[in-house]
Ligand binder design. Sequence first.
Ligand code: HEC
Ligand code: HEC
Length: 349
Amino acid sequence: MYFMLNKMLTIAVLMLLFVAACNKPEQTTPTQDYKPTPYNLQVPNGFPLYIKNPDNPLTEEGVALGKRLYNEPMLSSNGRSCASCHIKEKSFSLPIHVGANGYRISVPPHINLAFKRHFNWTGSEKILDTLCMADFGPEFFNTDSAELYRNLSNNAYYRDAFYKAFLMDNIYNYRFVDLQRKIAHAISQYMRTIISSNAKYDKVMKGEETFTAQEQEGYNIFFSEVGDCFHCHQPPLFSDTEFHNNGLNSTFSGFDYGRFLVNNNVNDIGKFATPTLRNSSLTAPYMHDGRFATLEEVVEFYNSGVQASATIDPIINKKAPTYKLNLTTQQKQALVAFLKTLTDNSITY
Ligand code: HEC
Ligand code: HEC
């Protein structure tokens, strides 16, 4: 009998809770018909389809929140924001970052990320939407979670913006990992909207401008067997989004192991994701470890500094055994002049 009573009581309590739960949306969210506005990302002609994430569709409100968060030092306990290392004027890159493991890493730019299939120099991340969750850790932001909750929920802009983007009416209802995920989602929505497609090169391709004679010569070297740059640095992204060993080293240690660090495959030793060359006049120094200070040094490397190894790319290997392009001074200058036509000073962000 006692057990029966107990059971009935439990059922009654459960029913009450159920009714309360059903009523809750009406009580707490008077604007329940509200939906964020879909964001229409304009993909330039000739670009591939952008990579969408069904879990994180682009919305006007999400992109706006993401842009604000990207520049928000409140996310960290050390005054850093994403923008501290991804500096707008440098095409969202930074001269060099020394990681916790001592690796010197050149910070990749944030342009045309919507079209990338993997991220970081070694392709260690596949999903843009959650990539920056690692940034909350000690190496980057060293975020104090209690402080972050407090700061965001005390801020009228963020209270409103998190609701408008993700219908989050009280961030304290979200575990820290879920809050981080929402922040990362908003920021990645913003990053997908940073598209660079309006360099002089693009205008020349559209017939709106013309190359100088020197730029044209550089173009011809880039897109022919003379320089053979175009196979890996394919337009329109100026990256084939694959991994290659372009001949920087003959022996390997530390970060130079490249993709091998991710998959332990000996065939991938020394391979790195082909970087975009768009805006590279703004992103010095160059290569995964920033070993070259100027584009002139990069061109001289391809011309006369290539190092052979077991995994060297077949395209580079075509120049074996000398690995020299034998470019004249004039040709090298022309190649650099062409690379500079990939600079886009009109990115909207
Ligand atoms: C302390 C400097 C630093 C901060 C702060 C920082 N990053 Fe980065 N970021 C890097 C470095 C270094 C890499 C390259 C890592 C690698 O390749 O292994 C990188 C890579 C990336 C990439 C991959 C880009 C590509 O083309 O593959 C994305 C996306 C990114 N960061 C987003 C962010 C976001 C969003 C934030 C803020 C939440 C942020 N970063 C904060 C240094 C930083
Ligand atoms: C086999 C593929 C391949 C070919 C061919 C190739 N590259 Fe690269 N390029 C890469 C890869 C991979 C990297 C990054 C390597 C690294 O950091 O370890 C790179 C890096 C660069 C960078 C530095 C970009 C940055 O942001 O750090 C420039 C500039 C560049 N290449 C220009 C050229 C030019 C000019 C040519 C032709 C002379 C050329 N590349 C030929 C694959 C290639």
